[in-house]
Design a protein around this ligand. Structure first.
Ligand code: SDX
Length: 435
């Protein structure tokens, strides 16, 4: 259903003695929206919402979040059910096509993705240009953007066939690039994908296999990896997805748009929080030092924040964090990790934060990044790879949102305006006359 045709009522804005009417659209669930597209033309005024806290940038049918109730739906299906019963490629199909696949559709989709997992052999020469100590997210941002230099036959966004090939290529190749970034950082040879492995097992093998011995993926760890990918796959109009949509609105090729999203995800306030959260736990070090860090996080004069806590939308527990916590304990149990000091600090920090007036008043709950870092560290990933893994999972969400935007006949280039508070017009002073 198109919101434009949804039940329409009228809203209005009054400034001083002037009043303007605008249509109000209802979605299937969630807040109504006031369509103010004509506000500037009718009033000469812009709205002002720098963090987009009250702004809907688009109409979408992909993911719904209820921050107060702690609900996350992919195409209407609760994240808990998808993570429990399905696998990541099923979630990819659902996000891209809007429905769960039939057995034959799933088999065909798995087959098509699996056979796109190799990258152009010259990508390995592309990697040689990076320093070995480059941050893997720098390598990922660069190599995803570089895909458009290798796959010219799927960059015409007007061609639905090319759009789908580019989409499959990115879902299939980004984990290969991620594993290559990891191998390059540790000085080990790249490992080719194997078509007889499932998506998560293939990824773990490309990361951890070495030529000197056979590598058999641990099924418990592979299932945990797959579930982590499902949890991170999409999340409505978050910062990196909004970046992808804005880049795509100019007609940029899909590889460049996903590279832009990857760059945005890297920030510690967004996808970089899992790396920052683990570094924070390591900095706290022991349970007895937690009060000092909680005090700093509450101090208005201190910009310090507890990484892994808080969320723009979730003002209740992040539903993904609960599943992440369960997965974390499964992985630690499987690996026989009992007294992980970081986990002790994490569990005590969570307990303190959830009972602290400040965190309760500001509705700061642990988000997905709080537990993902501990899990990924236990699985053997260095902290610098955490956001890379987030990018592997979110690639399908970025693509699904990009595809929805491109296929919207009403789509046009995104071009926000501003509140200008700079200098008024003034004449140039030649340098000879400047003091
Ligand atoms: C992700 O958008 C998405 O959907 C993102 C994501 C996804 O899947 O795409 O869910 C992934 O990015 C999760 C968030 C990961 N980031 C972190 O864990 C970094 C730490 N969290 C904060 O930086 C913060 O909570 C944000 C950025 C996540 C949300 O910031 P908002 O919505 O802009 O809220 P805010 O910064 O205005 O905070 C509201 C209040 C403030 O106090 P006041 O200025 O009102 O007095 O809460 C305080 C903040 O100071 N606050 C914190 C805090 N987070 C917010 N205080 C201490 N520690 C924190 N972590």
């Amino acid at each position: 259903m198109d919101a434009k045709t949804a039940a329409k009522t009228n809203g209005s804005i009054t400034v001083g003695n002037k009043n303007w009417d605008f249509p109000v659209y209802k979605g299937t669930i969630g807040p109504d929206v006031l369509d103010i597209a004509k506000l500037y033309g009718e009033s000469g005024m812009f709205t002002y919402d720098p963090g987009f806290t009250s702004t809907a940038s688009c109409e979408s049918k992909i993911t719904y979040i209820d921050g107060d109730e702690g609900i996350l739906l992919y195409r209407g299906y609760p994240i808990e059910q998808l993570a429990e019963h399905g696998d990541f490629l099923e979630t990819c199909y659902l996000l891209l096509y809007g429905e769960l696949p039939t057995p034959s559709q799933k088999a065909d989709f798995d087959y098509r993705v699996t056979r796109h997992t190799m990258v152009h052999e010259q990508m390995s020469r592309f990697f040689q240009g990076f320093r070995r100590d480059a941050h893997p997210m720098a390598v990922m941002t660069g190599s995803i953007g570089a895909l458009s230099a290798f796959y010219h036959d799927s960059t015409d966004i007007a061609d639905p066939t090319q759009r789908m090939i580019a989409s499959l290529r990115m879902i299939a190749k980004v984990p290969t690039l991620a594993a290559m970034a990891y191998k390059y950082s540790v000085g080990q040879p790249f490992v080719y994908p194997k078509n007889d492995l499932d998506y998560a097992s293939n990824f773990l093998r490309m990361c951890y296999a070495v030529p000197t011995e056979e590598y058999k993926p641990n099924p418990v760890l592979a299932r945990a990896m797959d579930r982590i990918f499902i949890l991170h796959a999409d999340h409505e109009q978050n910062a990196s997805t909004s970046t992808v949509r804005l880049a795509g609105s100019s007609g940029a090729n899909p590889f460049a748009c996903i590279a832009a999203g990857c760059a945005c995800l890297w920030g510690p306030a967004h996808g970089g929080a899992n790396e920052a959260a683990l570094n924070m736990l390591a900095e706290i070090g022991t349970v007895d030092r937690i009060p000092e860090f909680v005090r700093r996080a509450k101090d208005k004069n201190d910009s310090y924040r507890l990484m892994g806590f808080g969320h723009r939308v979730y003002k209740n527990y992040d539903p993904r964090a609960k599943i992440m916590q369960k997965t974390c304990h499964e992985v630690l149990a499987e690996l026989g990790i009992k007294d992980d000091p970081l986990l002790d600090v994490a569990m005590e920090l969570e307990k303190i934060a959830l009972h602290d007036e400040y965190f309760i008043e500001k509705k700061l709950y642990p988000n997905i990044d709080f537990y993902s870092g501990i899990t990924l560290k236990a699985m053997g990933f260095p902290t610098t790879m955490f956001t890379v893994l987030f990018a592997v999972a979110r690639t399908v969400g970025w693509i699904a949102q990009w595809k929805e935007m491109i296929e919207d006949p009403k789509q046009k280039i995104g071009r926000p305006r501003q509140l200008y508070t700079g200098a008024v017009q003034r004449d140039y002073t030649p340098i000879s006359r400047r003091k």
